[in-house]
Design a protein around this ligand. Structure first.
Ligand code: FE2
Ligand code: FE2
Length: 255
């Protein structure tokens, strides 16, 4: 390590490494402003600055060579295998629903209930996840995914669901859901599909076993029956959420 490197803070060093890596690439990668915000920085990549730092290069406008390649017409299963950072929790909750004889719609809802977290974004993940799948699944499934965002904070003794102990550890004893979550819960309570969403929460708490292995292959048929895979490929079908899938496909694309 040079003296110069010693004098730098860890984050400056990380930035420099990132820049060195970028110089090895044929194209200029860019980061979304959101990823800076999540680092606590109100910053953005500026095209002209990046061009100056990378003379003679152009911006990446497609697949990121650092990520696993995806087929030209990707399916939901391809995203599971090559984009989702972890699938164990989704698979375990779906497996629990299947094993306990719950309806196939519930199994499918469990399988995708946290896809926003594993592929995209944490905050308000139920809402994002519902939007991602809405064009491709039965309305009941996307409704249930959206609403589990709120329901998981409220007990329902009729199905043996108490406020999860895990949440006390995760959020602290004093955490109170915000008003928009409370309102969502109250609306959902009266909804005809309430129980579908509630069952996501029930299966959720059985799905954090670090040693349990569930194979995605066991769910390919269920996905086939419950997810309308677009023939153009998921992301290229001009549905209202196709752009979300494309962004997960090409997260470092300039525009
Ligand atoms: Fe969730
Ligand atoms: Fe979950």
């Amino acid at each position: 390590m040079t003296e110069h490197a010693h004098a730098m803070s860890m984050s400056e060093r990380a930035d420099e490494l990132e820049e060195e890596k970028m110089h090895e690439m044929e194209r200029i990668l860019s980061r979304s402003t959101f990823s800076y915000l999540a680092d606590g920085k109100q910053e953005m990549d500026v095209g002209a600055d990046l061009l100056k730092k990378n003379p003679g290069k152009h911006f990446l406008m497609g697949a990121d060579p650092r990520l696993p390649p995806m087929p030209e017409k990707p399916t939901l299963v391809d995203y599971f295998r090559h984009r989702f950072a972890s699938t164990a929790h989704l698979l375990q909750s779906a497996a629990h629903a299947l094993k306990t004889g719950q309806p196939e719609k519930v199994v499918m809802a469990c399988l995708v209930h946290d896809i926003a977290i594993v592929s995209f974004i944490r905050c308000d993940h139920g809402y994002w996840g519902a939007q991602m799948i809405e064009p491709y699944v039965d309305e009941e499934i996307s409704w249930a995914v959206r609403t589990h965002q709120a329901l998981r904070f409220f007990p329902d003794e009729s199905v043996g669901y108490g406020y999860p102990d895990l949440y006390k550890t995760l959020f602290g004893l004093d955490y109170q859901p915000e008003d928009y979550i409370v309102d969502e819960y109250q609306r959902a309570r009266k909804h005809k599909w309430y129980m579908t969403s509630r069952l996501i929460c029930v299966n959720d708490i059985y799905a954090f076993d670090p040693n349990m292995k569930v194979n995605l292959d066991d769910f390919v048929d269920i996905i086939g029956r419950n997810f309308k895979q677009p023939k153009e490929g998921l992301g290229f079908d001009s549905s209202p959420s196709a752009h979300m899938w494309r962004t997960i496909l090409w997260p470092s694309r300039f525009l």
